[in-house]
Write a protein that binds this ligand. Structure first.
Ligand SMILES: Cc1cc2nc3c(=O)[nH]c(=O)nc-3n(C[C@H](O)[C@H](O)[C@H](O)COP(=O)(O)OP(=O)(O)OC[C@H]3O[C@@H](n4cnc5c(N)ncnc54)[C@H](O)[C@@H]3O)c2cc1C
Length: 286
């Protein structure tokens, strides 16, 4: 199929972008990597009056290590995240997770900003942002604001972006020393969206652990599993504590069922991932 006709704009400044967003309102759509928007246009699931291509906006494609942490521009391609030594060193969770996004050709075009703005509940990068307690920096005609990742993802394909705002960059704060990060997911085929995935951090100081556990594919957005985290807190990671944490997950997760998997299957996969990822992180410290 071919898309319905639309006007195409390629602004070269944020001011011009905000003018266009103001002019078209709900009928204007931002185009970044196009890996989700273009299929939606082609299938006529999206029929905007105007497509506003932000690829020529300056200054949104950099990765920088600063005193605050790591900043990543909205137009940084997923493949660049995968290859960046700065990301590997400062945000190993992101480097590990992004390899699971689609296939190489998709990652070569898809952007971090597009992935966050789309807010697919099965997407890897939103879960990483919540696990790393990232800040999402957004801008609109009224100015700029910062939104904690935990508050940014509001539901299926729904974010805290106000009309006329775009994501401009993310800030990943420096992780406290001693934390290790791991990611894994379970999908029917490599490159498919995950049935369930886990972005996890573990710190073990003097045998007492602290964990951050954020699941994807098992809710309406990234789900931080606070009860499972509490079950691990202050304890040594062992088969027994992992089993207790896996049990506690039942109170954290209320997964949806769809043609890809039932709620029971997703709960089971989440428990498997918890034992697998946290077990690996604990062993890596030994
Ligand atoms: C076969 C296939 C498999 C895929 N598998 C996965 C997967 O496993 N995991 C995964 O996470 N994704 C997957 N994707 C989606 C892909 O990663 C997209 O790149 C990503 O979801 C959107 O990024 P994009 O830059 O391509 O955004 P686009 O497609 O350009 O835009 C997506 C949406 O976000 C909006 N948008 C884009 N950038 C901004 C911004 N800076 N500010 C505000 N709004 C913005 C657009 O208006 C649009 O609504 C897959 C895609 C395909 C085609």
């Amino acid at each position: 199929m071919k898309p319905a006709p639309f006007e195409y704009h390629r602004p070269t400044s944020l001011a011009e972008t905000f003018d266009l967003l103001g002019r078209y309102g709900d009928e204007g759509r931002i185009l970044a990597g196009g890996q989700s928007l273009v299929p939606a246009l082609n299938l006529r699931l999206a029929t905007p009056r105007a497509v506003i291509d932000i690829n020529r906006l300056p200054g949104l494609d950099g990765i920088r290590a600063t005193s605050e942490g790591l900043t990543i521009g909205a137009l940084v391609r997923q493949e660049a995240l995968e290859r960046s030594p700065l990301v590997r060193e400062n945000a190993p969770l992101v480097a590990a997770a992004v390899r699971h996004v689609g296939h190489t050709a998709i990652r070569a075009r898809g952007t971090i900003g597009g992935s966050l703005a789309l807010a697919d509940p099965a997407a890897e990068l939103p879960a990483c942002m919540v696990a790393l307690e990232a800040t999402i920096r957004v801008a609109g005609r009224e100015g700029r604001r910062e939104i904690a990742a935990a508050d940014f993802f509001r539901g299926i394909y729904t974010t805290a972006l106000a009309p006329g705002e775009i994501v401009i960059e993310v800030l990943l704060p420096r992780a406290p020393a001693g934390w290790r990060w791991g990611f894994d997911e379970l999908a029917r085929r490599h490159g498919d969206f995950a049935l369930a995935g886990l972005a996890a951090g573990l710190s073990v100081a003097g045998g007492a652990s602290a964990a951050r556990l954020v699941f994807l594919g098992v809710g309406i957005g990234p789900v931080r599993a606070r009860r499972a985290e509490a079950a691990l807190a202050g304890r040594t990671v062992s088969a027994e504590t992992l089993a207790t944490a896996a049990h506690a997950l039942d109170g954290d997760l209320d997964p949806p069922g769809d043609i890809h998997g039932s709620p029971a299957l997703r709960r089971h996969l989440a428990r498997v991932l918890l034992a697998r990822v946290v077990g690996r992180l604990a062993e890596a410290r030994a």
